[in-house]
Design a protein around this ligand. Structure first.
Ligand code: PEP
Ligand code: MG
Length: 313
């Protein structure tokens, strides 16, 4: 099997008309890197750094982080690797970053908010990333989670550049930042949409709560409309817009996301093959038409059905 895979390398992600849509991997450690490459990942679209430090009581040193990041970046030398700075809080608590109990942790001091309060931890992480990539030579992009304002965007991207990061962007997970994407993207090199949190916050439905799971559906036209705004802002500013939430792993939704303006898709490596196949069935015009059908629906089930019909499935 391995020999067969090597004999026939997986083709890059593309639409039927040849439009390239790079297909990237979501990773939580460098252990999955080799498998991701075998499955055809063209790089990493989301490296969740907090998973490296979930059991740490103390903030990791620059040296310890540099070693971790170098392993990942070496595995993708010459390829794009999007690293997310620590997303502490809510479903991913880190004792050294946010220890205070909160009534509503998803709405609390998480992501960039926690890092800004403990700025030295953010500085150390950005420094470690820049140093690690000096030897590894990947195309390193770094982004911040839970950005909600233009001010946070400017804060993060200017600090990242000051510390030697060449490409600095923001995750779009909070509806406020999707609504102001046009202004946010003036200060960021790229946006990456985290559809898990964007859905949670758009629908006001806790992503960890089974009783409201029916609302935690990225097919909801309200979520799609926000994504469309980000896609349009990216196109207007010439800035890439990736998707790194679970939505990108749904083969038909992936086509819709591209129709809404996504320029790359990142997912669990196991999903890459099905998404690659699905994208190859449609042109950019098809994708726009299918996306419009989904946008015009009243709810998630309607959007799914409308997209299926428009896709001829
Ligand atoms: C997201 O919110 O969609 C995302 C990619 O980040 P995480 O799932 O790690 O919160
Ligand atoms: Mg998130």
């Amino acid at each position: 099997e391995r020999a067969a895979a090597e004999a026939a390398p997986v083709t890059p992600g593309a639409l039927a008309d040849g439009t390239a849509i790079p297909l990237l991997a979501n990773l939580g450690s460098s252990k999955g890197a080799a498998e991701a490459v075998e499955l055809g990942a063209e790089g990493v679209g989301l490296f969740r750094t907090e998973f490296l430090f979930l059991s740490s009581k103390e903030a990791p040193t620059v040296e310890a982080q540099r070693a971790e990041y170098a392993q990942l970046l070496r595995a993708f030398a010459g390829k794009k690797v999007v690293v997310r700075v620590l997303d502490a809080g809510a479903d991913k608590p880190l004792p050294f970053l946010n220890d205070a109990p909160e009534e509503n942790p998803a709405l609390g001091l998480r992501g960039i908010r926690a890092l800004r309060v403990s700025e030295q931890i953010l500085r150390d992480q950005l420094t470690a990333l820049a140093q690690a990539n000096e030897e590894a030579g990947a195309d390193l992009w770094v982004m911040a989670p839970m950005i909600a304002t233009v001010d946070e965007t400017r804060y993060f991207t200017s600090l990242a550049r000051e510390l030697g990061i060449r490409v600095a962007g923001v995750m779009v997970e909070v509806p406020a930042v999707a609504l102001l994407a046009e202004r946010v993207l003036k200060h960021a090199d790229f946006a990456s949409i985290g559809t898990n949190d964007l859905t949670q916050y758009t629908m006001a439905a806790d992503r960890l709560l089974g009783t409201v799971a029916n609302l935690q559906d990225p097919w909801h036209p309200a979520v799609l409309k926000l994504i469309e705004q980000v896609g349009a802002a990216g196109a207007a500013n010439g800035k890439p817009v990736g998707i790194c939430g679970e939505a990108a792993a749904d083969p038909l939704l992936a086509v819709v996301l591209v129709g809404l303006g996504a320029t790359s898709l990142s997912m669990a490596p196991a999903a890459l093959a099905d998404v690659r196949f699905s994208l190859g069935r449609f042109t950019a015009d098809d994708a726009k038409r299918i996306a419009q059908a989904a946008l015009d629906a009243d709810d998630a089930a309607g959007a799914r059905a409308a997209a299926r019909a428009a896709a001829g499935n």
